[in-house]
Design a protein around this ligand. Structure first.
Ligand SMILES: NC(=O)c1ccc[n+]([C@@H]2O[C@H](COP(=O)([O-])OP(=O)(O)OC[C@H]3O[C@@H](n4cnc5c(N)ncnc54)[C@H](OP(=O)(O)O)[C@@H]3O)[C@@H](O)[C@H]2O)c1
Length: 279
């Protein structure tokens, strides 16, 4: 199986160019789906306290038999755990449920600006990184203003900002902010979920040209704009195909046609409980 290329984060750590999303995989079927993703070759697994599947992720990693240093596990502090001590305890809780002694990437799931405690949560992640419990630290769903505030407060720039990003919502402005700050853009709902443009001509034409699936075209578009997608699939065939996106290249015209699917790039599409200000 071909190895997935990696990026180097601003803290010097390597991260695979594609990861595996685990929401809403749970229970025995969830463990089996995550294990099959590891067997297909995924080496970056995305979970969160709020997905209530950290135990399943840990179990799948153990069952895979892969050396711990070859699998990167991401988790996320939920909004209700933003106070400093709560954030520290939250990450310890994640490690207990995962059965791991460190996380490879720890994110703040959502800034929850109405609580206004995300700076405390960020200070906690900085501390946990210093203590060696988390390797890389980052955020999710942060705006430019949220990023500026935590960087100003701690002097530490997140390695990653995980945001909703897909052809209908390409996050051009946030990607430029990330580029300027040296933050890696990670894409949640990389297909576009309910609005996935799998049947749009821009996608199906490129798929026919390169003899790949529409899903592969969308994920390749991510790679070529420098976005790190974390597609979820419960299906072993689609899991494998979503990782097999490094053997073809979209032309500038194909990229432009897919990027032209963008709708209102000025607002979050939202609509998923995970994307709202959640506790
Ligand atoms: N930070 C946040 O706030 C946040 C929010 C939402 C999600 N996330 C993370 O991001 C991950 C991915 O997001 P997501 O699950 O919302 O969306 P997604 O990965 O874009 O889409 C998943 C859906 O697409 C289908 N699919 C997968 N590969 C396909 C392919 N090649 N062709 C056609 N359909 C395909 C899947 O169905 P099958 O399973 O049947 O293949 C599933 O219904 C989540 O699992 C989670 O880890 C984070």
């Amino acid at each position: 199986m071909a190895q997935t290329p990696t990026y180097v984060l601003n803290d010097g750590s390597a991260i695979p160019a594609v990861g595996f999303g685990t929401y809403p995989l749970k229970g025995g079927d969830g463990t089996a789906a995550i294990l099959s993703a590891l067997e297909a070759g995924y080496r970056l697994i995305d979970t969160a306290v709020n997905y209530e599947n950290e135990a399943e992720v840990g179990e799948a990693v153990r069952r895979s038999g892969l050396p711990r240093d070859q699998v990167l596990v991401t988790s996320k502090v939920p909004g209700r755990h933003h106070a400093y001590d709560d954030a520290i305890a939250s990450v310890h809780g994640s490690l207990d449920r995962l059965g791991l002694d460190h996380l490879d990437l720890q994110l703040i799931h959502w800034p929850n600006p109405s609580r206004d405690l995300y700076v405390e949560a960020w200070r906690a992640l900085v501390r946990l990184q210093q203590d060696g419990l988390v390797r890389s630290i980052g955020v999710s769903n942060f705006t430019e203003a949220h990023l500026a505030r935590i960087i100003e407060d701690t002097g530490v720039t997140p390695a990653v900002n995980q945001v909703e990003l897909h052809p209908r919502f390409p996050q051009s402005r946030m990607r430029a902010v990330h580029e300027r700050l040296g933050i890696r853009t990670e894409a949640w709902s990389p297909m576009g979920k309910r609005r996935a443009p799998l049947e749009e001509a821009a996608v199906t034409t490129a798929a026919a040209t390169h003899d790949v699936s529409p899903g592969q075209v969308i994920l390749r578009w991510h790679v070529q704009i420098g976005s790190l997608p974390i597609p979820k699939s419960a299906d072993p065939r689609r899991q494998a195909e979503n990782l097999d996106i490094f053997g073809f290249e979209l032309s500038p015209d194909e990229m432009e046609a897919i990027s032209a699917l963008a709708e209102d790039d000025g607002r979050l599409f939202g609509g998923d409980p995970d994307t709202h200000e959640e506790m």
